[in-house]
Design a protein around this ligand. Structure first.
Ligand code: SF4
Length: 56
């Protein structure tokens, strides 16, 4: 379930995420965790939002 709450400190365009704000391109969480799926991250594509939850 998406939220109307927009955390203006966290911009995000992942509309498939349950935590995405439905009214603007922001996250609705107070904070998120960012990590990597790479052993040696070298580029933006190496980073992941670990707070992502598939929207139901
Ligand atoms: S949890 Fe991560 S992917 Fe989901 S809306 Fe927030 S910033 Fe975007």
């Amino acid at each position: 379930m998406s939220s109307e709450r927009a955390n203006k400190c966290i911009e995000c365009t992942i509309h498939n995420c349950q935590h995405h704000c439905s009214s603007s391109d922001h996250c609705s969480l107070d904070h998120i965790s960012v990590g990597t799926h790479e052993a040696d991250p070298t580029d933006v594509q190496c980073t992941d939002c670990l707070s992502f939850t598939m929207r139901k």
